[in-house]
Design a protein around this ligand. Structure first.
Ligand code: NDP
Length: 387
């Protein structure tokens, strides 16, 4: 039996992971599940999967969780330290699917105990790529990508020499506003930004797809995980979301990973790696799909892509600043305080402030420094938005 934990179990990735695990209950011993506000889902899954530990991120919800778990053997806990404890509990495989920078410390804890970390939480690599990779290396822990693009790249690279890789092309659906007139973007509503043309995901990543902040983060994630130079990474709009990524080699060949837009493929690949097992995803009917389209991204429509290039060029803790400012701007858009297009402006203004203070950006990449940079970026984003 493999011991597995799921960080962010109540979310979109977490529930898809549980779907796969629940199909083969005899294969898995569930150690820890974590969630946030959705106590009912967390307790229901913890009971059904007979988890040892269930953690809510919010201390004020601990009593609710205890009540929901009454009569079971599941231990209830809450708060940031308990989330780290969930990651640190001995397990063979840990899914990192908390949304946002909050996923970094529990994921690091999982790597420190030597578990294989299936990484959906892209913020970990954006904020602290070097720290995450170094922690994995020092603890002989494996890091497997779950983001569909990075799983696709990983699969296209099996048996290949990184020295022969010329370029990596990640695809983007173009999000909810791909075909909108540019001038209409400012007035895009929360409901409009929260609906994705192809993927069914959590609300925050769906809005990040519409603004292309999600793709910007994936470009940085690609650089960190695969160690390629920024100018080797390309983004192309592919409205059908069937090709998830492509790797171009020095002999002119391009390996493309094609599959239905269902995260259970990438999750299942990371769960069963290095084997391939049957997965309950649709099989593509290529004749019915008929054609696949590719369009160069319009940089005026997607300023987040330009910001990602600036973050990679600067390096250091700029990724943590970028993510912290983006998360705060996204909070403000969701709360109805700023326009859709204001998000990128806020992030850019915060990055400009950081640029003028190199000591902050060039500080050592420790968990403390990443957390401090994240907090400062959020504070400065608030100040920019209050102006
Ligand atoms: P969801 O919003 O659906 O779920 C997020 C999970 O994190 C939930 O379990 C939520 O708990 C929990 N959570 C929220 N806030 C906190 C916090 N402050 N501390 C601890 N836990 C918290 O997100 P997704 O599943 O869509 O995404 C998860 C991660 O995976 C993100 O990093 C995303 O970018 C990445 N990803 C997602 C994809 C997708 O298809 N959804 C595809 C590729 C990557 P609760 O709901 O109980 O409040």
């Amino acid at each position: 039996m493999r011991r597995v934990s799921i960080l962010g179990a109540t979310g979109s990735i977490g529930q898809n992971t549980i779907d796969l695990i629940a199909r083969a209950p005899d294969d898995y011993d569930v150690v820890a599940l974590t969630g946030g506000a959705n106590i009912t889902q967390l307790a229901t899954d913890a009971r059904a999967l007979r988890a040892d530990l269930a953690v809510t991120a919010y201390p004020e919800r601990l009593e609710d969780l205890r009540a929901a778990l009454a009569g079971s053997d599941v231990i209830a806990a809450a708060g940031a330290e308990a989330l780290k404890e969930a990651g640190a509990r001995p397990a063979d495989w840990v899914m990192s699917a908390i949304v946002g920078a909050a996923g970094l410390a529990p994921g690091i804890a999982a790597l420190e105990q030597g578990a294989t970390l299936a990484l959906a939480n892209k913020e970990s690599l954006v904020c602290a790529g070097k720290l995450v990779l170094e922690t994995a290396r020092l603890n002989n822990a494996r890091l497997l990508p779950v983001d569909s693009e990075h799983s696709a790249i990983f699969q296209a690279l099996v048996g290949e020499d990184m020295g022969a890789v010329e370029r990596i092309i990640i695809t983007a659906s173009g999000g909810a506003f791909r075909d909108w007139p540019l001038e209409a973007l400012k007035s895009a509503t929360l409901a409009e930004a929260s609906s994705h043309p192809n993927w069914d995901m959590g609300q925050r990543i769906t809005i990040d797809s519409a603004s292309m902040f999600n793709k910007a983060m994936e470009v940085i994630e690609t650089r960190e995980y695969f160690g390629v130079a920024p100018n080797q990474i390309e983004v192309i709009i592919h409205p059908e979301s069937m090709i998830h990524a492509m790797v171009g080699f020095n002999d002119g060949a391009i390996m493309a990973h094609v599959g239905p837009p269902d995260m259970r493929h990438a999750i299942g690949y990371a769960l069963h790696w290095p084997q391939r097992r049957d997965l309950p995803v649709a099989r593509l009917d290529l004749a019915q799909i008929g054609q696949l389209n590719f369009i160069a991204p319009d940089m005026a429509r997607y300023p987040a892509l330009r910001l990602a290039r600036a973050v990679m060029a600067r390096g250091g803790l700029m990724g943590a600043a970028f993510n912290g400012a983006k998360e705060r701007a996204l909070d403000a858009f969701i709360a109805g305080h700023i326009h859709f297009t204001r998000m990128a402006e806020v992030v850019e203004e915060v990055l400009t402030r950081f640029e003028s203070d190199p000591d902050l950006i060039d500080a050592a990449m420790t968990l403390d420094n990443v957390t401090q940079t994240d907090h400062l970026a959020r504070k400065w984003a608030d100040q920019v938005m209050a102006q």
